[in-house]
Write a protein that binds this ligand. Sequence first.
Ligand code: TYD
Length: 201
Amino acid sequence: MKPLFVVLEGPDASGKSTQLRLLSEALAARGVPHVATREPGGTPLGERLRDLVLSSETGMAPLTELLLIVAARHEHVEKVIRPALAEGKWVLSSRYTLSSLAYQGWGRGLDLSLIRQLNALATGGLEPDLLFLLDLPPAVAYARTRERDRFEGEGLEFFTRVRVGYLELVRSAPRAHVIDGTLPPERVLGEILAHIPLPGI
Ligand code: TYD
């Protein structure tokens, strides 16, 4: 079977890291070779760019932020995602191109078509085979994440714009599923697995 590229999206503290771990365990239990990774980050350079983007002292312009995140994405695609898929490994990524559209586009107001162009440049058009949006009401996302880092220091209005963006984006994204992120982790995992064609299920 062709290895799948699976992306988890959602606001901060929507449970993406937990689901990434649980999914990785589910694949490992079935002997499916895979890589679990994240954005921004996923490569040594990408992790350095992530630190820059997330550090509260930097205070960068929105376009600078986008360009750094997109640079990290290109490294990620070239050095991790494409090679893994070429070796027959599945790739599970916490965040990908939709994050830039939701956060830098809907959240910060940058032009969506510009973001789409930069995403296409960074990824060479590589799209996920499956995408799961862990959806949370903005007030829940906001309450769960206050003061964790720079993005998470954003106000409720920002979380609301990001959520509206995400929901709008997944309506037109192929192979995307919205999952209720307020459910307990095991239930969320069950909903995700129901859409994944896994050997032995
Ligand atoms: P992440 O590590 O997923 O944080 P969390 O686990 O709390 O959800 O993401 C770090 C931050 O980077 C997050 O606030 C969203 C932001 N981000 C963007 O703004 N644009 C992007 O394209 C990506 C990938 C992340």
